[in-house]
Ligand binder design. Sequence first.
Ligand code: BTN
Length: 326
Amino acid sequence: MKLENRIKHELIRLLLQNRSHFLSGEEMSKQIGCSRMAIWKHIEELRKAGYEIEAKPRSGYRLQVNPDRVSAAEVSAYLTTKRLGQHITYLDTTTSTQTVAHEWAKEGAPEGAIVIADNQTAGRGRLGRNWFSPKSAGIWFSLILRPQIDLQAATQLTLLMSVAVRQAIQKATGLSPHIKWPNDLLINEKKICGILTELRGEQDQIHYVVVGMGMNVNTPYTMFPSELQNQASSLAIETGHQMDRAPLIATLLAEIEALYDEYLTDGFLPIKLKWEAGAGMLGERITARTAKNTVSGIATGLSSEGALLIQCDEKTIPIYSAEIEV
Ligand code: BTN
C-alpha cells in the first residue's frame, strides 16, 4: 500500500476505534508512524470526504459522524476475525466482485481474502440471473475460501453461508430471517440476501471457492426495479432505519468464520441442524423444479450431505439443485 493510503487507512481505523474519546495528533502520529503535519493534512481530507471530526485544543481529535463507506479501512476497523477479511480489495465500482475474486484467487489470493464493491454494474445471481447492486445501497462482496473438502461437499458451504447470514442479521438487527433453500434469506417473505457459490476444482479436489454475498441494506423500496418490488426488501425497509454497512460486513465475517471453523472440525451435522432451525419451509408443501423434472411434496429437512428432502407419497426424494416454490 502507498504511504499516503496507509496513513489514511490507519487514521480512519484509529478514529473509528476511538470515537468515545479524543486522540491527540501526537498520539496518532506515533501510532501511525508519520508526522503531525501529515495527520493534520489527512484530517482535512477526511473532513472533505464527509467525516465530521471534532478538534479540541490540547485534547486532539474525535470522530463525530462518519459516512457509510465499505472500503478496507472502514471494514478492518470493525474486524474481529482471525483469517477472514485480513486481505481486502475494495473497488468503488466494478462489473462483479465474483469476476475480480476469481482472478485474484487464480493469482494465489489467500483463504479469507475478500473483494468488496460499493457498486456493481453486472452483478451475477444464481441460475444466470442478474443481481441488482446499486451504489452504496447494499453489501456486495466475494469471499475466497480454500477448504480441504470433497468437491461434492461444496453445497454444504452454501448452506453454511445462509446460516451465518441469518445469525449476523439476527445479531445486527434483532430480526429473524427465514432461509429458503438453498440459501436465500427472507424477511416477511421478501428476499434480503442472496448467496452465489462458485468454485474451481478438478476430479476430487477444490482449488478455491468464491462465495458471493449480496445483501440489500439501505435500499429504499422505490429504488428496486418494479419487477423486484414484490419479492425483494432491505434491512432499512424492515427495521425502519438505515444501517452502517462496514460493521455489518465485520459481523458477517465473524459469523462465517465461527461456523466455518466448526464445520472444518465437526463436519456438517451442526450446520445442518442450524439450517433446519432457520428454514421457513419445513413441513410445508413445496414444488421443486429441477433440470430434469418437477417434484411436489412436503419439505422435511436436509440429508446428511445437504440435499433437500421432499416427502412425496411414500418416498423421500433428495433434491440437489432446483428452483423452489412454496
Ligand atoms: C442469488 O441469486 O440469490 C445470489 C446473488 C449473489 C449476489 C452477489 S453480490 C456480490 C457477488 N458478486 C456478484 O456478481 N454476485 C454476488
